[in-house]
Design a binder for this molecule. Structure first.
Ligand code: KG4
Ligand code: ZN
Length: 337
């Protein structure tokens, strides 16, 4: 079968990324981070759109160069069409459409959530990697979403549960903000937790119906706890940072795994994956390995560099759409939700 070369663009939030894939193998995956948002403690949509405008041409250029590829070799151009910040999505989609139109190449609109899942299939070399068998259970945990789905095939998922309020990554980031840590706070909580006691402080675990989640309770509980402790001791955060981080992280991770276990038992599926930015969390990965031993699961997580937002995962979805002959027209419009 002929090799398929995809140029993929991801611009749904604050990072501009471009990748070149040869089938599911990543030839290049470049990410321009927007440090501008750090000083605001969160993503400022208008600044994000502007930075995408500045970054997109050089990032695509570099991705092609690093992959040692010319535009002639590219079979299709993929871009994130949803969900995300509308202004950011418009930059990537308009760029992809313009490039496709001028070079007469097909374009493929990709769902960002599907892309996080298909990141499991990305290879870094010619060596094949272990990938889950369909149907598998997948927990997607990112800054904007937390959901459990049954993945039936490439681009075919049944969502069985999701968060009713904050996403898990959002909870990490908001708790980090209260603790005075830099945005995005998830990786900082992970780092400080390394030397902390996960059982030092107890926070409530909210249990929603079925396979749904709620993370606003833990966020508020940590906030009130900190406010009260600071009244007694103004140095409480400095003196207990590692233990607060480890305890909050433990609570979020246990909530995530509890529902995953319930889903595995209910649907009799033992192929279990976790994807999205929060799947980079070292405690979640460690606890997943322990659960795998306990319940006999085969577990899968993307390589660290493909957990957080990147264009290679957009290319993975596009590759399977290309094989199925699913292309998009120039009137395709991105959607925020
Ligand atoms: O998937 P992603 O890059 O972007 C969205 O689609 O939202 O996820 C970003 C989220 C942020 O909330 C960030 O704090 C969190 O992933 N994150 C982590 C870690 N690395 C990234 N959370 C906990 N531990 C980490 N190591
Ligand atoms: Zn994402």
């Amino acid at each position: 079968m002929k090799d398929v070369y995809i140029l993929a663009i991801e611009s749904s939030c604050d990072d501009t990324s471009a990748a070149v894939l040869k089938n599911t193998r990543v030839l290049s995956n470049l990410i321009a981070n927007q440090s501008i948002h750090t000083q605001y403690g969160g993503v400022v949509p208008e600044l994000a759109s502007r930075a995408h405008q500045v970054n997109i041409v050089p990032v695509v250029h570099e991705a092609l160069k690093k992959a040692n590829c010319t535009m002639d070799q590219i079979d299709a151009i993929a871009f994130t069409a949803q969900p995300g910040l509308l202004g950011s999505l418009l930059v990537g989609s308009s760029f992809a459409k313009g490039l496709g139109l001028s070079l007469n190449k097909p374009i493929i609109a990709v769902d960002h959530m599907m892309a996080h899942i298909m990141a499991l299939f990305l290879q870094n070399s010619e060596l094949s990697i272990a990938v889950p068998n369909y149907p598998f259970l997948c927990l997607t945990v990112s800054g904007g979403h937390s959901q459990i789905s049954i993945v039936q095939g490439p681009n075919q998922i049944d969502i069985i549960g999701k968060t009713l309020d904050d996403a898990a990554g959002e909870a990490f980031d908001k708790i980090a903000k209260v603790l005075g840590l830099e945005y995005p706070g998830g990786p900082w909580i992970d780092r400080h937790s390394q030397s902390g006691d996960p059982l030092k402080f107890k926070f409530p675990i909210s249990d929603m119906k079925n396979f749904d989640y709620s993370f606003s309770g833990i966020k508020t509980a940590v906030l009130y706890f900190i406010q009260q402790k600071i009244r007694e001791n103004p140095l409480f955060i400095q003196e207990n940072l590692a233990d607060i981080c480890a305890s909050a992280q433990h609570t979020i991770v246990e909530m995530l795994l509890k529902k995953l276990q319930k889903a595995s038992e209910t649907f009799h599926i033992r192929e279990v994956a976790i994807v999205g930015g929060v799947s980079a969390n070292s405690y979640l990965r460690k606890r997943l390995t322990e659960e795998a031993q306990k319940y006999g699961w085969n577990t899968f997580v993307p390589e660290l560099q493909y957990c957080t937002d990147n264009a290679a995962m957009i290319g993975a979805v596009a590759y399977y759409k290309y094989l199925a002959g699913h292309f998009d027209g120039l009137t395709t419009t991105p959607k925020a939700r």
